[in-house]
Design a protein around this ligand. Structure first.
Ligand code: NDP
Ligand code: MG
Length: 384
Protein backbone atom coordinates (compact mmCIF):
# COMPACT_ATOMS: atom_id res chain seq x y z
CA UNK A 1 0.00 0.00 0.00
CA UNK A 2 1.34 3.41 -0.92
CA UNK A 3 1.14 5.73 2.08
CA UNK A 4 -0.07 9.22 1.23
CA UNK A 5 0.06 12.68 2.77
CA UNK A 6 -2.52 14.91 1.07
CA UNK A 7 -2.00 18.63 1.66
CA UNK A 8 -4.86 20.80 0.47
CA UNK A 9 -7.19 17.81 1.02
CA UNK A 10 -10.28 20.03 1.19
CA UNK A 11 -9.68 21.70 -2.19
CA UNK A 12 -10.53 20.78 -5.77
CA UNK A 13 -7.37 18.71 -6.33
CA UNK A 14 -7.43 17.29 -2.78
CA UNK A 15 -10.99 15.98 -3.04
CA UNK A 16 -10.33 14.54 -6.51
CA UNK A 17 -7.23 12.82 -5.13
CA UNK A 18 -9.49 11.12 -2.60
CA UNK A 19 -11.79 10.04 -5.46
CA UNK A 20 -8.75 8.39 -7.07
CA UNK A 21 -7.96 6.68 -3.75
CA UNK A 22 -11.59 5.41 -3.70
CA UNK A 23 -11.21 4.01 -7.23
CA UNK A 24 -8.28 1.78 -6.15
CA UNK A 25 -9.31 0.04 -2.94
CA UNK A 26 -6.38 -1.48 -1.04
CA UNK A 27 -3.76 0.40 -3.06
CA UNK A 28 -3.40 3.62 -1.06
CA UNK A 29 -3.38 4.40 2.63
CA UNK A 30 -4.20 7.97 3.63
CA UNK A 31 -1.83 8.75 6.52
CA UNK A 32 -1.87 12.57 6.65
CA UNK A 33 -4.63 14.98 5.64
CA UNK A 34 -4.17 18.75 5.77
CA UNK A 35 -6.68 21.52 5.15
CA UNK A 36 -6.81 25.22 5.95
CA UNK A 37 -10.26 26.57 6.91
CA UNK A 38 -12.84 23.96 5.88
CA UNK A 39 -12.74 21.95 9.11
CA UNK A 40 -16.17 20.36 8.53
CA UNK A 41 -15.08 18.69 5.30
CA UNK A 42 -11.77 17.68 6.86
CA UNK A 43 -13.66 16.07 9.72
CA UNK A 44 -15.81 14.06 7.28
CA UNK A 45 -12.67 13.01 5.39
CA UNK A 46 -10.99 11.96 8.64
CA UNK A 47 -14.03 9.81 9.55
CA UNK A 48 -13.96 8.16 6.13
CA UNK A 49 -10.22 7.60 5.58
CA UNK A 50 -8.95 7.18 9.17
CA UNK A 51 -5.62 8.97 8.75
CA UNK A 52 -3.05 8.93 11.58
CA UNK A 53 -2.82 12.70 11.60
CA UNK A 54 -4.85 15.72 10.50
CA UNK A 55 -3.53 19.27 10.28
CA UNK A 56 -5.62 22.43 10.08
CA UNK A 57 -3.50 25.43 9.22
CA UNK A 58 -6.07 28.09 10.14
CA UNK A 59 -6.10 28.46 13.98
CA UNK A 60 -9.84 29.11 14.56
CA UNK A 61 -10.78 26.18 12.28
CA UNK A 62 -8.31 24.02 14.22
CA UNK A 63 -10.13 24.88 17.48
CA UNK A 64 -13.52 23.97 15.96
CA UNK A 65 -12.15 20.71 14.55
CA UNK A 66 -10.76 19.76 17.98
CA UNK A 67 -14.12 20.47 19.64
CA UNK A 68 -16.07 18.32 17.17
CA UNK A 69 -13.61 15.47 16.69
CA UNK A 70 -14.57 12.35 18.62
CA UNK A 71 -11.68 10.11 17.46
CA UNK A 72 -9.25 10.03 20.37
CA UNK A 73 -6.63 8.10 18.32
CA UNK A 74 -6.37 10.84 15.73
CA UNK A 75 -3.42 13.22 16.11
CA UNK A 76 -4.65 16.76 15.35
CA UNK A 77 -2.07 19.47 14.68
CA UNK A 78 -2.27 23.16 13.87
CA UNK A 79 -0.54 25.51 11.43
CA UNK A 80 2.37 25.12 9.06
CA UNK A 81 4.54 23.90 11.94
CA UNK A 82 1.99 21.09 12.37
CA UNK A 83 2.36 20.14 8.70
CA UNK A 84 6.15 19.99 8.99
CA UNK A 85 5.93 18.01 12.23
CA UNK A 86 3.51 15.51 10.69
CA UNK A 87 5.79 14.91 7.70
CA UNK A 88 8.65 14.12 10.09
CA UNK A 89 6.62 12.02 12.50
CA UNK A 90 4.41 9.88 10.21
CA UNK A 91 6.22 8.01 7.42
CA UNK A 92 4.63 8.36 3.96
CA UNK A 93 5.72 7.30 0.44
CA UNK A 94 4.22 10.25 -1.40
CA UNK A 95 3.00 13.75 -0.63
CA UNK A 96 0.27 15.25 -2.78
CA UNK A 97 1.01 19.01 -2.87
CA UNK A 98 -2.41 20.53 -3.50
CA UNK A 99 -2.40 23.60 -1.28
CA UNK A 100 -3.06 26.80 -3.13
CA UNK A 101 -0.39 29.45 -3.53
CA UNK A 102 2.98 30.05 -1.95
CA UNK A 103 1.81 28.29 1.26
CA UNK A 104 2.93 25.11 -0.51
CA UNK A 105 6.62 26.02 -0.67
CA UNK A 106 7.71 25.06 2.85
CA UNK A 107 6.07 21.60 3.01
CA UNK A 108 7.29 20.84 -0.52
CA UNK A 109 10.87 21.58 0.50
CA UNK A 110 10.40 19.56 3.70
CA UNK A 111 9.06 16.53 1.79
CA UNK A 112 11.97 16.64 -0.65
CA UNK A 113 14.45 17.00 2.20
CA UNK A 114 12.94 13.86 3.78
CA UNK A 115 13.18 12.00 0.44
CA UNK A 116 9.39 11.79 0.01
CA UNK A 117 8.17 11.58 -3.61
CA UNK A 118 5.90 14.41 -4.65
CA UNK A 119 2.73 14.51 -6.71
CA UNK A 120 2.87 18.25 -7.30
CA UNK A 121 -0.18 20.29 -8.27
CA UNK A 122 0.92 23.46 -6.48
CA UNK A 123 2.63 25.25 -9.38
CA UNK A 124 3.25 28.42 -7.33
CA UNK A 125 5.91 26.50 -5.41
CA UNK A 126 7.92 25.81 -8.56
CA UNK A 127 7.43 29.32 -9.91
CA UNK A 128 8.56 30.98 -6.70
CA UNK A 129 11.07 28.53 -5.32
CA UNK A 130 12.12 26.53 -8.40
CA UNK A 131 15.84 26.80 -7.63
CA UNK A 132 15.36 25.68 -3.99
CA UNK A 133 13.06 22.83 -5.04
CA UNK A 134 15.57 21.62 -7.61
CA UNK A 135 18.43 21.75 -5.13
CA UNK A 136 16.44 19.83 -2.49
CA UNK A 137 15.35 17.25 -5.07
CA UNK A 138 18.87 16.68 -6.37
CA UNK A 139 20.13 16.19 -2.82
CA UNK A 140 17.57 13.57 -1.80
CA UNK A 141 16.80 11.99 -5.18
CA UNK A 142 13.03 12.14 -4.51
CA UNK A 143 10.77 12.11 -7.57
CA UNK A 144 8.53 15.00 -8.62
CA UNK A 145 5.50 13.77 -10.55
CA UNK A 146 3.54 16.61 -12.15
CA UNK A 147 -0.20 16.76 -11.50
CA UNK A 148 -0.94 19.88 -13.56
CA UNK A 149 -2.67 18.35 -16.60
CA UNK A 150 -0.37 19.95 -19.19
CA UNK A 151 2.78 18.95 -17.34
CA UNK A 152 1.52 15.44 -16.77
CA UNK A 153 0.85 15.27 -20.53
CA UNK A 154 4.35 16.53 -21.35
CA UNK A 155 5.89 14.14 -18.82
CA UNK A 156 4.09 11.28 -20.56
CA UNK A 157 5.14 12.44 -24.06
CA UNK A 158 8.83 12.88 -23.25
CA UNK A 159 10.81 9.84 -24.31
CA UNK A 160 13.41 9.21 -21.61
CA UNK A 161 16.18 8.30 -24.07
CA UNK A 162 15.50 10.86 -26.77
CA UNK A 163 18.29 13.32 -27.51
CA UNK A 164 16.31 15.48 -29.95
CA UNK A 165 13.42 16.97 -27.98
CA UNK A 166 12.82 20.15 -29.93
CA UNK A 167 10.00 21.98 -28.20
CA UNK A 168 7.11 21.78 -25.81
CA UNK A 169 3.67 22.80 -27.07
CA UNK A 170 1.76 23.85 -23.98
CA UNK A 171 -1.96 24.03 -24.63
CA UNK A 172 -4.31 26.60 -23.05
CA UNK A 173 -8.10 26.68 -23.18
CA UNK A 174 -7.88 30.46 -23.54
CA UNK A 175 -10.27 30.90 -20.61
CA UNK A 176 -13.78 32.39 -20.67
CA UNK A 177 -12.71 35.66 -22.35
CA UNK A 178 -10.77 34.29 -25.30
CA UNK A 179 -12.94 36.07 -27.84
CA UNK A 180 -13.61 39.27 -25.84
CA UNK A 181 -12.18 42.61 -26.93
CA UNK A 182 -10.15 45.00 -24.75
CA UNK A 183 -13.16 47.14 -23.90
CA UNK A 184 -15.14 44.09 -22.73
CA UNK A 185 -12.14 42.79 -20.77
CA UNK A 186 -11.97 46.00 -18.76
CA UNK A 187 -15.56 45.36 -17.55
CA UNK A 188 -15.14 41.72 -16.46
CA UNK A 189 -16.82 40.88 -13.13
CA UNK A 190 -15.61 38.25 -10.70
CA UNK A 191 -18.75 36.15 -11.33
CA UNK A 192 -17.88 36.02 -15.05
CA UNK A 193 -14.20 35.29 -14.35
CA UNK A 194 -15.07 32.44 -11.97
CA UNK A 195 -16.91 30.54 -14.75
CA UNK A 196 -14.28 28.49 -16.56
CA UNK A 197 -15.57 26.91 -19.78
CA UNK A 198 -13.85 23.50 -19.41
CA UNK A 199 -12.50 22.94 -15.88
CA UNK A 200 -13.94 23.18 -12.38
CA UNK A 201 -11.13 24.38 -10.08
CA UNK A 202 -10.33 26.47 -7.00
CA UNK A 203 -10.95 30.24 -7.21
CA UNK A 204 -7.32 31.37 -7.47
CA UNK A 205 -6.44 29.16 -10.45
CA UNK A 206 -9.78 29.95 -12.12
CA UNK A 207 -8.97 33.67 -12.09
CA UNK A 208 -5.41 32.91 -13.24
CA UNK A 209 -6.90 30.95 -16.14
CA UNK A 210 -9.04 33.91 -17.14
CA UNK A 211 -6.07 36.35 -17.21
CA UNK A 212 -3.81 33.67 -18.80
CA UNK A 213 -1.45 34.19 -15.84
CA UNK A 214 -2.07 30.50 -15.18
CA UNK A 215 -0.50 29.69 -18.53
CA UNK A 216 2.38 32.03 -17.72
CA UNK A 217 2.95 30.24 -14.41
CA UNK A 218 2.80 26.94 -16.31
CA UNK A 219 5.47 28.09 -18.77
CA UNK A 220 7.80 28.73 -15.81
CA UNK A 221 6.71 25.44 -14.22
CA UNK A 222 7.57 23.61 -17.47
CA UNK A 223 10.98 25.27 -17.60
CA UNK A 224 11.79 23.94 -14.11
CA UNK A 225 10.28 20.49 -14.54
CA UNK A 226 11.69 19.66 -17.97
CA UNK A 227 14.74 21.93 -18.24
CA UNK A 228 13.58 23.25 -21.62
CA UNK A 229 14.46 26.89 -22.31
CA UNK A 230 11.77 29.53 -22.86
CA UNK A 231 12.38 29.81 -26.62
CA UNK A 232 11.33 26.17 -26.89
CA UNK A 233 8.14 26.36 -24.85
CA UNK A 234 5.27 27.49 -27.08
CA UNK A 235 1.79 28.22 -25.79
CA UNK A 236 -1.06 27.18 -28.09
CA UNK A 237 -4.66 28.18 -27.44
CA UNK A 238 -6.81 25.09 -27.84
CA UNK A 239 -10.38 25.88 -26.69
CA UNK A 240 -11.59 22.25 -26.56
CA UNK A 241 -9.07 21.16 -23.85
CA UNK A 242 -8.78 17.70 -25.40
CA UNK A 243 -5.07 17.82 -26.28
CA UNK A 244 -3.48 18.42 -22.88
CA UNK A 245 -0.08 19.29 -24.38
CA UNK A 246 2.43 18.04 -26.95
CA UNK A 247 6.14 17.52 -27.45
CA UNK A 248 7.85 18.07 -30.79
CA UNK A 249 11.00 16.15 -31.67
CA UNK A 250 13.81 17.10 -34.03
CA UNK A 251 12.68 14.57 -36.65
CA UNK A 252 9.34 16.40 -36.98
CA UNK A 253 7.38 13.91 -34.88
CA UNK A 254 4.86 15.42 -32.46
CA UNK A 255 3.61 13.32 -29.56
CA UNK A 256 0.36 14.53 -28.02
CA UNK A 257 -1.58 13.55 -24.92
CA UNK A 258 -5.35 13.50 -25.34
CA UNK A 259 -8.11 12.77 -22.89
CA UNK A 260 -11.14 14.10 -21.10
CA UNK A 261 -10.76 17.33 -19.14
CA UNK A 262 -10.74 15.39 -15.87
CA UNK A 263 -8.05 16.14 -13.28
CA UNK A 264 -8.43 12.67 -11.78
CA UNK A 265 -6.52 11.29 -14.79
CA UNK A 266 -3.25 13.20 -14.18
CA UNK A 267 -3.65 12.81 -10.40
CA UNK A 268 -3.96 9.05 -10.84
CA UNK A 269 -0.97 8.89 -13.15
CA UNK A 270 1.18 10.68 -10.57
CA UNK A 271 -0.04 8.34 -7.83
CA UNK A 272 0.46 5.08 -9.75
CA UNK A 273 3.54 6.03 -11.81
CA UNK A 274 5.45 4.28 -13.34
CA UNK A 275 2.37 2.12 -13.92
CA UNK A 276 -0.64 3.12 -15.97
CA UNK A 277 -3.79 1.51 -14.57
CA UNK A 278 -7.36 1.28 -15.82
CA UNK A 279 -10.02 3.31 -14.04
CA UNK A 280 -13.82 3.65 -14.09
CA UNK A 281 -13.81 7.36 -15.07
CA UNK A 282 -15.54 8.47 -18.32
CA UNK A 283 -13.46 8.14 -21.50
CA UNK A 284 -13.10 10.41 -24.51
CA UNK A 285 -15.59 9.78 -27.32
CA UNK A 286 -14.03 11.02 -30.56
CA UNK A 287 -17.34 10.79 -32.43
CA UNK A 288 -18.69 13.53 -30.12
CA UNK A 289 -15.89 16.01 -30.91
CA UNK A 290 -16.85 18.78 -33.33
CA UNK A 291 -13.17 19.50 -34.03
CA UNK A 292 -9.87 20.49 -32.50
CA UNK A 293 -8.64 24.06 -32.96
CA UNK A 294 -5.27 25.65 -32.23
CA UNK A 295 -4.40 29.36 -32.21
CA UNK A 296 -1.51 31.59 -31.20
CA UNK A 297 -2.31 33.44 -27.95
CA UNK A 298 -3.12 37.13 -28.05
CA UNK A 299 -0.34 38.61 -25.91
CA UNK A 300 -1.74 42.12 -26.21
CA UNK A 301 -5.15 41.30 -24.81
CA UNK A 302 -3.64 39.00 -22.19
CA UNK A 303 -0.43 40.75 -21.08
CA UNK A 304 0.06 38.41 -18.08
CA UNK A 305 1.34 35.69 -20.40
CA UNK A 306 3.99 37.90 -22.03
CA UNK A 307 4.99 39.19 -18.60
CA UNK A 308 5.47 35.66 -17.27
CA UNK A 309 7.71 34.78 -20.26
CA UNK A 310 9.82 37.89 -19.59
CA UNK A 311 10.04 37.16 -15.90
CA UNK A 312 10.90 33.51 -16.54
CA UNK A 313 13.71 34.53 -18.87
CA UNK A 314 15.01 37.01 -16.28
CA UNK A 315 14.97 34.26 -13.67
CA UNK A 316 16.56 34.62 -10.20
CA UNK A 317 14.01 36.20 -7.83
CA UNK A 318 11.80 37.70 -10.57
CA UNK A 319 9.31 34.78 -10.76
CA UNK A 320 8.88 34.81 -6.95
CA UNK A 321 7.99 38.51 -7.15
CA UNK A 322 5.55 37.86 -10.00
CA UNK A 323 3.90 35.08 -8.02
CA UNK A 324 3.58 37.02 -4.73
CA UNK A 325 2.18 40.08 -6.51
CA UNK A 326 -0.24 37.95 -8.52
CA UNK A 327 -1.61 36.21 -5.42
CA UNK A 328 -2.42 39.63 -3.92
CA UNK A 329 -3.87 40.90 -7.21
CA UNK A 330 -6.21 37.91 -7.50
CA UNK A 331 -7.29 38.25 -3.85
CA UNK A 332 -7.94 41.99 -4.36
CA UNK A 333 -9.96 41.31 -7.53
CA UNK A 334 -12.04 38.69 -5.70
CA UNK A 335 -12.70 41.30 -2.96
CA UNK A 336 -13.86 43.79 -5.64
CA UNK A 337 -10.97 46.11 -4.80
CA UNK A 338 -9.45 46.20 -8.30
CA UNK A 339 -10.65 45.51 -11.83
CA UNK A 340 -9.82 42.49 -14.00
CA UNK A 341 -7.24 44.27 -16.15
CA UNK A 342 -5.63 45.75 -13.03
CA UNK A 343 -4.36 42.24 -12.25
CA UNK A 344 -1.65 42.13 -14.95
CA UNK A 345 -1.00 45.89 -14.54
CA UNK A 346 -0.40 45.48 -10.81
CA UNK A 347 1.90 42.49 -11.29
CA UNK A 348 3.88 44.31 -14.02
CA UNK A 349 4.32 47.34 -11.79
CA UNK A 350 5.61 45.32 -8.82
CA UNK A 351 7.93 43.25 -11.03
CA UNK A 352 9.20 46.48 -12.60
CA UNK A 353 10.20 47.87 -9.17
CA UNK A 354 12.30 44.82 -8.33
CA UNK A 355 15.97 44.21 -8.99
CA UNK A 356 16.30 40.41 -9.45
CA UNK A 357 18.80 38.61 -7.23
CA UNK A 358 19.69 34.97 -6.57
CA UNK A 359 17.46 33.33 -3.94
CA UNK A 360 19.81 32.13 -1.21
CA UNK A 361 17.48 30.22 1.08
CA UNK A 362 13.88 29.60 2.06
CA UNK A 363 14.05 32.53 4.55
CA UNK A 364 15.30 34.77 1.75
CA UNK A 365 12.45 33.64 -0.51
CA UNK A 366 9.88 34.48 2.19
CA UNK A 367 11.43 37.95 2.54
CA UNK A 368 11.14 38.52 -1.21
CA UNK A 369 7.59 37.17 -1.29
CA UNK A 370 6.58 39.50 1.58
CA UNK A 371 8.11 42.47 -0.19
CA UNK A 372 6.13 41.68 -3.35
CA UNK A 373 2.90 41.37 -1.35
CA UNK A 374 3.46 44.69 0.43
CA UNK A 375 4.11 46.46 -2.86
CA UNK A 376 1.04 44.85 -4.37
CA UNK A 377 -1.24 45.93 -1.49
CA UNK A 378 0.11 49.48 -1.84
CA UNK A 379 -0.91 49.41 -5.50
CA UNK A 380 -4.37 48.18 -4.49
CA UNK A 381 -4.78 51.05 -2.00
CA UNK A 382 -3.73 53.59 -4.62
CA UNK A 383 -6.16 52.24 -7.23
CA UNK A 384 -9.28 51.75 -5.11
P1 NDP B 1 -8.60 25.08 -3.95
O1 NDP B 1 -8.75 26.51 -3.64
O2 NDP B 1 -9.79 24.31 -4.40
O3 NDP B 1 -7.98 24.33 -2.69
C1 NDP B 1 -6.85 24.83 -2.02
C2 NDP B 1 -6.50 23.97 -0.85
O4 NDP B 1 -5.44 24.60 -0.13
C3 NDP B 1 -7.64 23.80 0.16
O5 NDP B 1 -7.50 22.55 0.77
C4 NDP B 1 -7.39 24.92 1.14
O6 NDP B 1 -7.94 24.65 2.43
C5 NDP B 1 -5.87 24.92 1.21
N1 NDP B 1 -5.31 26.22 1.57
C6 NDP B 1 -5.75 27.44 1.19
N2 NDP B 1 -4.98 28.41 1.75
C7 NDP B 1 -4.05 27.78 2.49
C8 NDP B 1 -3.00 28.22 3.34
N3 NDP B 1 -2.74 29.52 3.52
N4 NDP B 1 -2.24 27.29 3.96
C9 NDP B 1 -2.50 25.99 3.80
N5 NDP B 1 -3.49 25.49 3.03
C10 NDP B 1 -4.25 26.38 2.37
O7 NDP B 1 -7.42 24.99 -5.03
P2 NDP B 1 -7.17 23.89 -6.14
O8 NDP B 1 -7.35 22.53 -5.59
O9 NDP B 1 -7.88 24.27 -7.37
O10 NDP B 1 -5.61 24.13 -6.44
C11 NDP B 1 -4.60 23.68 -5.56
C12 NDP B 1 -3.26 23.81 -6.28
O11 NDP B 1 -3.27 22.96 -7.42
C13 NDP B 1 -2.99 25.23 -6.79
O12 NDP B 1 -1.63 25.50 -6.67
C14 NDP B 1 -3.38 25.14 -8.27
O13 NDP B 1 -2.66 26.04 -9.08
C15 NDP B 1 -3.00 23.70 -8.59
N6 NDP B 1 -3.75 23.13 -9.71
C16 NDP B 1 -5.11 22.98 -9.62
C17 NDP B 1 -5.83 22.45 -10.66
C18 NDP B 1 -7.32 22.23 -10.58
O14 NDP B 1 -7.90 21.65 -11.49
N7 NDP B 1 -7.97 22.59 -9.50
C19 NDP B 1 -5.17 22.08 -11.93
C20 NDP B 1 -3.74 22.24 -11.91
C21 NDP B 1 -3.06 22.75 -10.84
P3 NDP B 1 -9.47 25.08 2.86
O15 NDP B 1 -10.31 24.86 1.66
O16 NDP B 1 -9.75 24.11 3.98
O17 NDP B 1 -9.42 26.50 3.32
MG1 MG C 1 -2.85 23.32 -16.01
Amino acid sequence: MKRLAILGATGSIGTQTLQVVDAFPGQFQVVILAGHSNWQLLLRQACQYHPSCVIITEPSAYEKFKQENADKQLVVLCGMSGVLQALEQFPVDMMVGAMSGAAGIEPTLKALELGIDLALANKETLVSGGSLVRRAQQKSGAQILPVDSEHSAIFQCIEPNSSCLHKILLTASGGPFRTWNKEQLSQVTKEQALKHPNWSMGQKITIDSATLMNKGLEVIEANWLFQVDYDHIQVLVHPQSVVHSMVEYGDGTVLAHLGKADMRIPIQYALTWPQRQGNPFPKLDFTQLAGLEFFAPDYEKFPALALAYDVGRTGKSAPAILNGANEVAVAAFLQDKIGFMDIPALVAQVVGCHNPIEIESFAHLIELDQWARQQAWQYVQQHQ
